[in-house]
Design a protein around this ligand. Structure first.
Ligand code: HPA
Length: 273
């Protein structure tokens, strides 16, 4: 278990660095989606390795830094890159930043990821609003002694993805003309992509998208009482659907190709929040 003091020391460092700026919304940008952070006004950049006790991000397409500032009129903390379990991090490590942001006063988290489309009606390049998730692996940030300063021992997950914010996201999508699916995200630890049999199983279980992140952060955010919005960009059809192998290049290319619609949607959501 990570001691509470570590979170406090990370938060104290950031507080000093931010000189009175207090972020309200945490945005975690997934593979290929980090460019939104470049639009932040009055940016204060803080690379993760600079922050005491903070974890580093080593995944491709992840810059590994915070951008604090104003986006669409809102005070944001944008994470360009996150920590994944496949990098060797524990779920608690992967969710570390969420708890530090909680200590800084953040109340809302918008979390994004690149994912494989499991739902056969989805197309690469489409965005999915996450309505719920499936975690079949014993990989939660809440394993071990519970720290009541963050939240309760058995947090409710029946509305982890805040219903009122999902309604707002759907309105924002309609207003910006962005096609938005809504469905269930299933966590896989990676880094290997899933097998076709795993994807068939995921579909049978009710998953619409599969990916290697997001769920640890969502559990920690829910535990400490944040409101949550989650989005998956379907960068590819999941394994076994098309007769072609899955590649990292395809994932990053689709992220790049979709950045305009992704940015438009996120901007409108921030305006409406
Ligand atoms: N599976 C898991 N994670 C992913 C995928 C996928 O197909 N595409 C992008 N991230």
């Amino acid at each position: 278990m990570i001691p509470f003091e570590n979170y406090e020391k990370s938060a104290a460092y950031l507080r000093e660095k931010l000189e009175g700026f207090q972020p309200e919304i945490l945005m975690i940008l997934g593979s290929g989606l980090g460019q939104l952070g470049d639009r932040v006004e009055h940016p204060i950049f803080v690379p993760y390795p600079e922050i005491p006790y903070f974890k580093h991000s080593t995944a491709p397409g992840h810059k590994g830094r915070f951008v604090f500032g104003i986006l669409a009129g809102k005070k944001v903390a944008v994470m360009q890159g996150r920590m994944h379990l496949y990098e060797g991090y524990s779920p608690e490590d992967a969710a570390y930043a969420v708890r530090v942001m909680k200590l800084l006063g953040v109340r809302t988290m918008i979390v994004t990821n690149a994912a494989g489309a499991v739902n056969l009606d989805y197309k690469p390049g489409q965005i999915m609003l996450i309505s719920d998730h499936i975690l079949l692996f014993p990989m939660t940030p809440l394993t071990g002694e519970n720290d009541e300063r963050f939240g309760t021992r058995f947090p409710d997950m029946s509305t982890a993805y805040t219903p009122a914010l999902r309604t707002l996201a759907k309105q924002a999508a309609a207003e910006t003309g962005v096609h938005l699916n809504e469905g269930v995200y299933m966590f896989f630890p990676g880094p290997q992509y899933e097998t076709p049999a795993e994807i068939r199983a995921a579909r049978l279980l009710g998953a619409d998208a599969a990916g290697m992140s997001t769920v640890p952060e969502v559990i920690a955010a829910r535990h400490c009482g944040m409101d949550i919005l989650g989005f998956s960009l379907a960068t590819n059809m999941a394994a076994g659907i098309l007769k072609q192998p899955l590649t990292e290049a395809e994932v990053l290319e689709t992220g790049e190709a979709c950045k305009e619609q992704f940015t438009a949607l996120m901007t409108r959501i921030l305006e409406k929040l």
